[in-house]
Design a protein around this ligand. Structure first.
Ligand code: 5RP
Length: 262
């Protein structure tokens, strides 16, 4: 029930609700992963079921695929869709240039492939994810399981000459076992505290053997929709250089608020 939602969940919900206003009939839409993206999938599902919105959704994880199907959204693969009109996804951090850290939910690889194959990417977020400099949130790096400790050592060695405040990497765990991504890889979380040059960091990481992809999304996001607990939303468009504020009606809706699986 909506009345049980924390202010942070209300903020995520109103950001999602506002972002789906950018979805038009016939669009091919990339569906992000995480708790904020799950609200967006629920909101889109409601538009599909109740207003006859016709879209094809390309999920960025097996859990988003399951949720989208549950919500009545037609799910297709990226290869079937070929190119997307819009991707809406959450983020772990964003800066003033709308560069991002993503991958807290472990889906960064599919998320980056899908967002890059989209005309537009909208990030939905509560205000806590906005930072002056990226890096407070540990940077996820997807690595292949073969020789992951060697890859970790190589990354840590490379970090010595980088403009960062922390230089350790840890293997993400799922209970007692290493976390395994949808592609069967592992994730190293880099505890950098502050990334001086995120563009250089993204390029260097991806040059290392064993690294599949990193969670820095540079020049990929076009808009951010920031939600607040009181229903206010702020839409920042990096290309147009505009900032708009609105209030989203917070209407209680049993279908939308029950059994949220993500
Ligand atoms: C998943 C992601 C998520 O978008 C990110 O972790 C934000 O998640 P949440 O909306 O739950 O805070 O990158 O890989």
């Amino acid at each position: 029930m909506s009345s049980d939602l924390s202010p942070i969940d209300k903020a995520k919900f109103v950001a999602a609700k506002k972002a789906v206003e950018f979805v038009e009939d016939g669009m091919r839409v990339g569906l992000g992963t995480g708790s904020t993206a799950a609200w967006m999938v629920r909101c889109l599902g409601e538009l599909v079921r109740e207003e006859g919105l016709k879209i094809r959704g390309v999920p960025t994880s097996t859990r988003t695929a399951a949720l989208a199907q549950e919500c009545g959204i037609e799910v297709v693969s990226l290869d079937a869709a070929k190119w997307l009109d819009l991707t809406i996804d959450g983020a772990d951090e964003f800066d003033a240039d709308l560069n991002l850290i993503k991958g807290g939910g472990g889906a960064l690889l599919q998320e980056k492939i899908v967002a890059t194959a989209s005309d537009q990417m909208i990030v939905i977020s509560d205000v806590s994810k906005e930072v002056e400099t990226l890096g407070g949130f540990p940077l996820p790096v997807e690595v292949i399981p073969f020789g992951w400790q060697t890859t970790q050592a190589l990354i840590e060695e490379t970090l010595v000459s980088m403009d960062v405040l922390g230089r350790s990497a840890s293997l993400r765990m799922n209970g007692d076992s290493p976390y395994v991504t949808d592609e069967g890889n592992h994730i190293l979380d880099l505890h950098l505290k502050r990334i001086g040059d995120s563009r250089q960091m993204a390029m260097l990481l991806n040059q290392m053997p064993g690294v599949v992809e990193n969670g820095l999304f540079i020049d990929i996001c076009d808009r951010v929709v920031i939600g607040y607990g009181d229903g206010k939303v702020e839409v920042r468009d990096i290309n147009a250089g505009t900032i708009e504020e609105n209030i989203v009606d917070f209407v209680e809706n049993e279908n939308l608020f029950s059994d949220l699986t993500d």
